[in-house]
Design a protein. Structure first.
Length: 308
């Protein structure tokens, strides 16, 4: 199998690259990235490419499967630059995968495509997606998914397209400002006792993606899938696990403080990322379709994250 992987130098891309080169049925991985790879293997064929502007036909040629993981998460000053990567680049990847005759394209979305929902209510794929521009990344993921739905209607399903919505991914290859905040000795957070997260270990994420790719190539998977362990932990739970000080801050003031800190370059994120946790979801649909079962539950993944 020939697999094209975009965003291969990023955190999620690196974890997937490790998994792909270790599978016997994967003969070649075309790794697309603008930065040097963290994984080296004879199976890897690397191309430094800009998905938003460069021609994609040659590097996508002969692909059996495409996995799209190139997205901008860490907040830029210029939100238009994020839109170009997260929406325009994703659209070009989908069209290139279709033109190349790939049998499946796996598009990486996020649980945040549902918008900044708080609380412990468990939702599934029947829940509506959507978020306003005040949360740029959530908004971009929802727009990307709408693009996929539009393509599916217009194409008549020529190619299987699986949209995966991972929960918060943790593991040895994962590093971001959100994780640094959660590991802090003092955590300021809105409603920490009611702000929930579902932590997904990177090994379980890789297993899910590889199952989806194989099922998609065989014509058994198509559509949107939540990807995460059952159950959730609160920010207050994390503070107890980490023996850190948890300071509740009202949502409004927390957003104002984040914007001020971002503007003064004291924080790497603004109010775009300040929410009462993430949506709590079930991944029953993915398990039913692929047999996927996470090795680590939410609490185990959280403990490993804090220990790292």
């Amino acid at each position: 199998m020939r697999v094209v992987l975009t965003g291969a130098s990023g955190d999620v891309g690196t974890a997937l690259l490790r998994g792909l080169v270790g599978r016997d049925h994967v003969e070649r991985v075309v790794a697309l990235a603008r930065s040097p790879l963290r994984v080296l293997d004879p199976k890897i064929e690397q191309h430094q490419i800009d998905l938003a502007t460069d021609d994609l036909d040659e590097v996508f040629a002969g692909a059996d499967a495409v996995i799209h993981c190139a997205f901008m998460v860490e907040e830029p000053r210029d939100k238009d630059s994020a839109r170009i990567v997260n929406i325009d680049g994703s659209r070009r990847v989908l069209l290139a995968a279709d033109a190349a005759g790939a049998r499946v394209c796996v598009m990486t979305s996020s649980i945040n495509a549902y918008g900044p929902r708080g609380g412990a209510e468990v939702i599934d794929e029947m829940a509506a997606i959507g978020a306003g521009e005040e949360h740029y990344y959530f908004h971009h993921k929802a727009l990307m998914e709408e693009d996929v739905r539009r393509w599916r209607r217009e194409s008549g399903g020529r190619m299987a397209v699986a949209v995966l919505r991972p929960t918060y991914v943790v593991g040895p290859d994962m590093a971001n400002s959100g994780l640094e905040t959660m590991r802090s000795r003092v955590v300021l957070y809105p409603s920490p006792g009611r702000s929930y997260f579902q932590f997904l270990h990177q090994d379980d994420l890789v297993d899910a993606y590889l199952r989806v790719v194989l099922a998609g190539v065989e014509g058994r998977v198509d559509g949107e899938f939540n990807l995460g362990p059952e159950g959730a932990v609160t920010v207050a739970d994390l503070c107890r696990m980490n023996r850190s000080i948890c300071v509740p801050v009202p949502l409004g003031p927390a957003r104002l403080l984040a914007d001020l800190g971002f503007r003064l370059r004291l924080l790497p994120y603004s109010s775009h990322w300040v929410t009462r946790g993430e949506p709590v979801t079930t991944s029953r649909r993915l398990r039913d379709a692929t047999g996927w079962q996470p090795r680590y539950d939410c609490t185990e993944a959280a403990r490993l994250m804090l220990a790292g």
